[in-house]
Design a protein. Structure first.
Length: 345
């Protein structure tokens, strides 16, 4: 079974081809990705209308590239998958429209995939795929969630961000420090030059007794500290970045360990853009080594939004029999779509 996956939820256009042979995990045959970072830098953030227009320009050439790399013709495709949500409505409509039009033209079934499920299952594309069950830390853009994962489509929400997510905390703190877009990666790079103990910043909900997250207060503390520094901010910016990152990472690590203990599991999957953060990986690695835990990540190139994770999630759902592809090409998208709602549908 050959599954073509299309991702267009925000500011990356991703297309990939995954092959499933029924035995073992699906295999990535080819992928292509275009990032819109350069286009949005002038505005300091993603402009939804510009993002949608760029997806229109990029998606078909990327699909042609992927098929050529894999040596596969359009008639050989078995399923066309696309990101149905969550994400920017206009951007999602581009991927959904192209996927359904392609499916209709080829008389092939289509499948709408949850963006976060794509991230959650992306480590299965790596060299060290996890085994069910496990706890998943999803740290993607505006989402920070801990899930107990029993199998494909079997997800239990353990805790989530009640205001700003970890990715938002990185991006907004970076903007307060005057760092360029995209702020999160810029803050992480700068933090490597600073002292993480230079400023005492809050660790919100660290001792709350639950598995929820809250990073809005940290952002406020960063703003307060930046104002206090005044003209000295430029000289101390690396220290402030390192202290900010340390606060975010400590909360993520402590809550993840607590979730594993609560579920009596020893396997953690980390997925989403923040999962590429070096300090987070280092701290989780240290915690895992100390406690005999196993931590699985997607390959660094697959931490960002991409078509491979969408194709993989579709293939795994089809193989598990939790969802069937359809030849009903009347599509819709779900800009707001909790992962806990997809179940086995």
């Amino acid at each position: 079974m050959l599954v073509l996956g299309i991702e267009s939820s925000c500011d990356e256009t991703g297309v990939a081809l995954v092959e499933s042979q029924g035995a073992g995990l699906p295999v990535l045959r080819a992928q292509a990705l275009h990032s819109q970072i350069d286009m949005h830098q002038a505005y300091g953030g993603v402009v939804p209308e510009l993002a949608s227009r760029d997806h229109i320009r990029r998606v078909l050439p990327l699909a042609e590239t992927v098929l050529a790399q894999a040596g596969v013709g359009l008639p050989q495709l078995d399923v066309v998958a696309y990101t149905r949500g969550p994400g920017l409505a206009g951007a999602l409509l581009v991927g959904a429209g192209v996927a359904c039009a392609l499916g209709a033209a080829l008389d092939k079934p289509v499948l709408g995939v949850h963006h976060l499920e794509g991230h959650l299952l992306s480590p299965f594309l790596g060299a060290d795929p996890p085994q069910f069950p496990f706890v998943a830390l999803l740290v993607s853009g505006g989402h920070t969630q801990l899930m107990r994962v029993e199998g494909v489509g079997r997800y239990e929400l353990l805790g989530e961000s009640i205001d700003d997510a970890a990715g938002e905390a990185f991006d907004k703190s970076a903007k307060l420090m005057g760092l360029p877009y995209p702020g999160g990666p810029a803050l992480s790079r700068l933090a490597e030059q600073g002292d993480p103990r230079a400023f005492k910043l809050p660790r919100p909900l660290l001792h709350s007794g639950d598995l929820d997250f809250s990073f809005a207060g940290l952002k406020t503390a960063v703003l307060t500290q930046a104002k206090k520094l005044g003209p000295e901010l430029d000289a101390r910016k690396a220290d402030l970045a390192a202290s900010t990152q340390a606060a975010i990472v400590e909360v993520l690590v402590r809550k993840s360990v607590a979730a594993l203990e609560q579920c009596a599991l020893d396997r953690l999957v980390v997925a989403g853009g923040v999962g590429a953060n070096r300090e987070l990986r280092s701290q989780l690695g240290a915690a895992a080594a100390q406690r005999g835990l196993h931590v699985h990540y997607p390959e660094p190139a697959l931490c960002t939004d991409n078509g491979a994770m969408i194709a993989m999630a579709a293939a795994m759902r089809l193989e598990a029999g939790v969802q069937a592809a359809t030849r009903d090409y009347a599509f819709d998208v779900k800009p707001r779509w909790p992962l806990s709602e997809i179940g086995s549908r």
